[in-house]
Design a protein around this ligand. Sequence first.
Ligand code: NAI
Length: 330
Amino acid sequence: MVKAVVLGASGGIGQPLSLLLKASPLIDELSLYDVVNTPGVAADLSHISSPAQITGYLPADDGLEKTLTGADIVVIPAGIPRKPGMTRDDLFKINAGIVRDLVTGIAKFCPKAFILIISNPVNSTVPIAAEILKAHKVFDPSRLFGVTTLDVVRASTFTAQITGEKDSRKIVVPVIGGHSGETIVPLLSLAKPACDIPADKLDGLVHRIQFGGDEVVAAKNGGGSATLSMAFAGFRFAESVIKALKGEKGIVEPTFVYLPGVSGGDEVSKSLGGGIDFFAVPVELGPQGAVKATNPIPTINDNEKKLLEIAIKGLKGNIEKGVEFARAAE
Ligand code: NAI
């Protein structure tokens, strides 16, 4: 039996993500939580003919406790999205507190659940979550994930547009680093199958993968950021975690994890020159969550090494900001 939870379920990401989870035969129970509209979203989804039993709660009457109790996997897209001109870091002030409070609830009511954080800035909200879980003495690094799947999905899609591959699912590009602008490092030299990107298109492709989110923010013209593609990506990652939980082998997804707590993480850390605890790399998933972090860094090319250097600088500051916020709140 698998119970999945969405925190922030009434939002632009939350609703389509909840729809995909409700439609999935892998889920037996789905519980939705938000500060608004969850009874309506849950009632609507409850008419779908799929196995998952669905409930929706608001904060009143211990709603968070009821939502989280018994959860195996909790996906968090709660918080405000970007408007034109905003960076993900600009969201910190509001979203940091939201993630802190929701993860405190997880620490109390379902400390063993897999936690998938979508709320931005992911580079800081994941360290916040880790600190909160540590403070409650329930931190298991193999169960905490920053969801960077949208970067991976974009990398496949945009690369396929250049190579002419019609089915972009067939192109797999590892994306490492963090989840914002220059902290996103697509490793096109390690794409499978190998992709021949013309030299004059390479920089543009890398930039598009790093800043693809801005295209959506601009096109929505004040209406928010990526929601439907994020729901697709968030569902893909959640589905991978659940399949691994159920025993399926060989599942590898890039995700932002706490390196010192994941097998293989120390090697990645060493390749980064040390001093960086959270990083996205392809991670093998198993019934207990993250089984092994793979380390593609020794095989990357010179151009990617330069991108990585820039990413590390930005990422360090983002991580420290999250850790400091959480420690100040203790
Ligand atoms: P939205 O504003 O449409 O939805 C957010 C939802 O969170 C709202 O329904 C709101 O009521 C709810 N919420 C606010 N405070 C809450 C609390 N304390 N507890 C429970 N729910 C609460 O925003 P959208 O577009 O769904 O984006 C959500 C987050 O996801 C943003 O931070 C955005 O930046 C991030 N995002 C992350 C991506 C990634 O790749 N990791 C990609 C796109 C967006």
